[in-house]
Design a protein around this ligand. Structure first.
Ligand SMILES: [Zn+2]
Length: 290
């Protein structure tokens, strides 16, 4: 499934929260439900977002349309909206509609479009889950000037929330890398990947790298270097990638989390994550330095 999307672009996406006057004919729509996005499986172009004309035919099945933004070199906007639980794509007035899992689309959609799709699932979930004030229970109102929901009674403001996570490749001074397999990953040939974990409130990213490596495999590291980041909408994370250098300790996997962890050399690699993931980008960068 190689996606060929209209307006495919690698330019920057400019998020907007304020509704344009009206959807235009050349706008694109990525409706969402339960972490999936609604796409059209087009016989000639492959998977693509809905056109405005198609989106209008589904109005009865969509909660409030929410604008996501536009690519900086384009005028057309991208939109999303929550699809009702009852809606069945087979009942649509036009053919080809499919719900597609974001994880499966990783590496098949253009990365810029995939990030917009991840934004779509997160914004629709956030809007659905913040209709009522978490403090007093009153009906929240959407702020007309920014992406937030506000309580008219006590002023509580809710913004879409991200959960930052660090993901790190630990390098041994002898050239090997520490890769681990998670207890949740089953299969005849388990996948070995970099370590990762969520940042705690009040913790720096560097402190989190030290803590997670110690918690998961019992070794200490230093020389923590930032590498790159990747939005990770499962459900609302942001992956911040690092390299770190091993200092001391014997590998001791955390029993409830890590099934196995080992030092691997470049010429003896296990099954590693697919391309398009930041875990793989970390491993590929390390491999390129042989
Ligand atoms: Zn309130």
């Amino acid at each position: 499934m190689q996606a060929k999307l209209p307006g495919m672009t690698t330019s920057k996406f400019v998020p907007v929260a304020v509704l344009p006057d009206d959807p235009e004919g050349d706008d694109s729509w990525l409706f969402s439900r339960g972490g999936q996005v609604l796409l059209v499986d087009d016989m000639t172009t492959g998977m693509r977002p809905l056109t405005t004309d198609e989106a209008k035919q589904l109005t009865d099945h969509i909660a409030k349309p929410l604008v996501l933004g536009r690519f900086e070199n384009e005028t057309a906007h991208w939109w999303t909206g929550q699809v009702s639980d009852e809606f069945d794509p087979f009942d649509a007035p036009f053919p080809g509609l499919v719900f597609s899992d974001l994880r499966r689309l990783l590496g098949t959609l253009d990365p810029a479009i995939w990030n917009v799709a991840g934004r779509a699932t997160q914004i629709t979930d956030w809007y659905r889950d913040h209709q009522m004030c978490g403090r007093c229970g009153a009906q929240m109102e959407m702020d007309p000037n920014e992406r937030s929901m506000k309580c008219p009674v006590d002023g509580l403001v809710s913004y879409p929330r991200l959960s930052p996570a660090v993901i790190m490749l630990v390098e041994h001074p002898d050239g090997r890398a520490l890769l681990a397999t998670n207890v949740a990953w089953r299969g005849p040939k388990p996948m070995y990947s970099t370590l990762a974990g969520f940042v705690e409130p009040g913790e720096s990213l560097e402190d989190c790298v030290h803590r997670e490596v110690m918690e998961e495999v019992g070794v200490s590291v230093d020389n923590v270097r930032y590498f790159d980041s990747q939005p990770w909408p499962f459900p609302n994370s942001l992956m911040l990638g690092f390299f770190a250098t091993y200092v001391s300790g014997d590998i001791t996997p955390a029993p409830d989390e890590i099934a196995d962890a080992q030092w691997f050399s470049r010429d003896d690699l296990p099954n590693i994550p697919p391309r398009a993931s930041i875990a793989r980008a970390l491993i590929d960068d390390w491999l390129s330095r042989s």
